[in-house]
Design a protein around this ligand. Structure first.
Ligand SMILES: C[S@@+](CC[C@H](N)C(=O)[O-])C[C@H]1O[C@@H](n2cnc3c(N)ncnc32)[C@H](O)[C@@H]1O
Length: 394
């Protein structure tokens, strides 16, 4: 979110609904803006480093033509498209649509990037922004190697040498990420049955979303509303980490830890139909290989009237680039998914309207958005986090 005039902050408060305005302090708002700008600086830097800038002139050119002209490997295509979109939405390049294709030109020479200055600025706003800056740096430093085919995105970003970077990023001490967990926890706590609630969490990673939920329920005196809480995650490393931390913090709670791949039939993995009152996932459902399939599996697993809560980074406008995507454009798991022009027009993050359509098409009868992102986005285009709460028909 950009720095806002106090009267605009009042306007924002009116759309926060279930969320406390205290979550959106001026430090937090400035951090969001600084990190978004940092991604743009990296895009400028990479366009210079990869010699994309000299290949772009006043004549509009298609990304695929640039890819072959510069000799980049085809796996770099999503990352190149992200660079061009990111710079076009920041006003550094011109993008025009011709026959459904996007073409790019560069009317003015691009200025040098100022990465070090913007890194210092983001750290001065909040030193805890280091977790996000370090991950963006790791991605930026990997782009040239992936473009030249020296490394795959997976090798560059998901090897054992990167684990500490990811665990620091998906952590409640990283304010830019923690907001996702707080929004999810609030939306879940407000929709959990008063008693005997059976919760299923998908893609729980190292458990930062689970931790936020248990904290929220604890603060509300509602931990006894949990009949069972199955915390699932396919990666054994992250699952064990979640299990260690959460069972130590809550030895009295009925927590279960299991593997669940949302791309495969859930019943075959021990998750029975109509066995959950509430399912939630923080920043996981957008990686579903086949979104319609995974939403269908969630619907089957819920009892009638049960809620699926999908907390996600939400794209403000169709096709608009977001700075955190710079990291994920290098990963096949993010980019190589099944596309559907109606319900999933692009890999990765979707707009609220696209989520609504996907959830309705999957058979959910009511969709609520926490906070009211459709009202917020017009005035606050950098408000990216939200929970899509979808109810199974009663
Ligand atoms: C962005 S992380 C979020 C982790 C966790 N929700 C948190 O907020 O700390 C996405 C998680 O989804 C998991 N994931 C990836 N593909 C998955 C799949 N097919 N089924 C279930 N989880 C998956 C990853 O292992 C990772 O832990």
């Amino acid at each position: 979110m950009p720095a806002q005039h106090p009267s605009q902050m009042v306007e924002l408060d009116a759309h926060l609904g279930e969320l406390s305005p205290d979550l959106f302090s001026s430090i937090f708002v400035a951090s969001v803006q600084a990190l978004e700008t940092y991604g743009i600086e990296w895009a400028i830097e990479l366009v210079h480093q990869l010699a994309i800038a000299p290949a772009l002139g006043r004549e509009p050119v298609a990304p695929e033509a640039l890819l072959s002209r510069l000799g980049f490997v085809s796996a770099f295509d999503p990352a190149l498209r992200w660079l061009l979109r990111r710079l076009a939405s920041a006003g550094h390049l011109v993008c025009e649509e011709r026959g459904g294709a996007r073409l790019y030109s560069q009317p003015q020479p691009l200025r040098p990037a100022a990465i070090a200055e913007f890194r210092d600025l983001a750290l001065a706003i909040d030193p805890r922004n280091a977790a996000s800056l370090d991950l963006l740096d790791a991605a930026g430093e990997s782009y040239p190697k992936v473009a030249r085919g020296e490394l795959s995105g997976q090798q560059a970003l998901l090897g054992p040498h990167r684990i500490a970077l990811w665990t620091r990023y998906f952590h409640n001490d990283n304010p830019i990420y923690a907001i996702n967990n707080i929004i999810a926890a609030t939306a879940v706590a407000n929709r959990l049955p008063a008693a005997q609630g059976r919760i299923l969490e998908i893609g729980a990673g190292g458990g930062s979303g689970s931790e936020a939920l248990l904290d929220t329920l604890g603060q509300r005196g509602r931990l006894s509303a949990i009949a069972s809480y199955r915390i699932t995650e396919p990666s054994p490393f992250f699952r064990r980490r979640a299990q260690r931390g959460l069972t130590a913090a809550h030895p009295q709670l009925p927590l279960e830890f299991a593997e669940l791949d949302i791309d495969k039939p859930w019943a075959e993995q021990g998750v029975e139909p109509e066995s959950a009152d509430l399912i939630f996932g923080v920043n996981v459902v957008h990686v579903a290989q086949d979104l319609a399939f995974s939403l269908g599996e969630a619907l089957r697993t819920l009892v009638p009237g049960g809620w699926l809560i999908v907390e996600e980074c939400v794209r403000p406008r169709p096709g608009e680039a977001i700075s955190t995507e710079m990291i994920f454009q290098l990963l096949d798991s993010f980019t190589a998914v099944k596309i559907d022009p109606k319900t999933r027009p692009n890999p990765g993050f979707l707009t609220v309207a696209e989520w609504r359509k996907a959830l309705r098409t999957a058979g959910f009868d009511r969709v609520e958005v926490v906070p009211d992102l459709e009202a917020i986005t017009e005035s606050f285009p950098l408000f990216f986090a939200g929970a899509l709460c979808a109810r199974k028909p009663r």
